[in-house]
Write a protein that binds this ligand. Structure first.
Ligand SMILES: [Mg+2]
Length: 151
């Protein structure tokens, strides 16, 4: 997937124009998404010029090199009338409705293709269902074994 990631308040604490401390696990998750899950990451920030470059450098120092910054692809030149909105699959932004989930949750939502943390809970109950199914399978096997024993 192509994922747009905001900087201030999302990757780092909101200290604009300074760079805040990184949010817990933000860089770890971004590196995993990029290197293990092969997602394309785009930095999507209000920062421009020198402040943008500082954010880019800071992320690179922390092992995250974005495919593009405030653009769909590095060579993109916006023409008059072009939409400003990126053409991506997902946005990670502290201005999300409901706020920014913890980065651990963000990782799971993306990895397991869930739309909300509530759906992660459903995933847990899916596991419970699987356990029940396994119990029935085990009972079935036990029953067959008992029948076989009888014949
Ligand atoms: Mg922000």
């Amino acid at each position: 997937m192509v994922i747009a990631v905001d900087f201030d308040g999302t990757i780092v604490e909101h200290e604009y124009p300074k760079i805040g401390r990184p949010l817990p696990f933000a860089f770890e998750v971004l590196r995993k998404l990029q290197q293990e899950e092969n997602h394309t990451l785009i930095l999507w920030t209000m920062r421009e010029g020198k402040l943008l470059q500082e954010a880019i450098d800071y992320c690179e120092k922390n092992g995250v090199r974005f495919f593009a910054h405030n653009k769909n692809y590095p060579e993109e030149k916006l023409q008059e009338g072009d939409p400003r909105k990126l053409s991506v699959d997902l946005f990670i932004d502290d201005r999300n409705i409901g706020g920014l989930p913890d980065w651990g949750i963000i990782y799971q939502l993306i990895k397991y293709r869930r739309s909300s943390p509530r759906n992660l809970d459903m995933m847990d109950s899916d596991k419970g269902r699987e356990k029940r199914k396994n119990l029935f399978i085990r009972l079935g096997e036990a029953w067959e074994k008992a029948r076989g024993y009888r014949y």
